[in-house]
Design a protein around this ligand. Sequence first.
Ligand code: SF4
Length: 197
Amino acid sequence: MEYMQIRQNFERHGFGTQLFSTKEEACCYLTDILQNQSIGFGGSETLREIGLFEALQQKNAVIWHNKVPGMAVRKLANCANTYITSANAITETGEIVNIDGTGNRVAMTAFGPQSCYYIIGRNKITTDISAAYSRCKNIAAPLNARRLGVKTPCAVKGDKCYNCNSPERICRIISVIERAPLGMKCEIIFVDQDLGF
Ligand code: SF4
């Protein structure tokens, strides 16, 4: 599906949208519009690849547990006015699907900040909810498990979800955002490159 149609589908669901050719353009866009803000980041390989933390922290207070690990930092990030994350998958029809281990990202994308920005590489786009769920479980989660170094079968084999019952299982909360939550400004920033998992 063309970006124009995907963007229209998200806009019909209450999201603002932007489209950039490169991650550098997306980074410039955010550094232009966000200044003097408290900004929380969700755990994200996409944000790391963009170098967004380093860019935004020059004029904002940015809180990210990927930089300072721990539950206290996650809780602090969940008090920010602005939240930035990616997603494990989105659909061409205008929905966002995420799987969390601690639930910090699922919580903030549902309730809390005044504004929420999603940075979405083209590799995160799927046709529908079923395909999005499969991407989350069989692509995003195994690669994230391997990145985090947890002892789950998907991390060891790196190929698919085994629906494990490991104490270190990272798939514990799944959210589907069908419409932008009431009272929260949400924007999808599409980048026409592969980004993150
Ligand atoms: S449920 Fe277990 S095996 Fe499946 S992706 Fe999550 S952590 Fe990996």
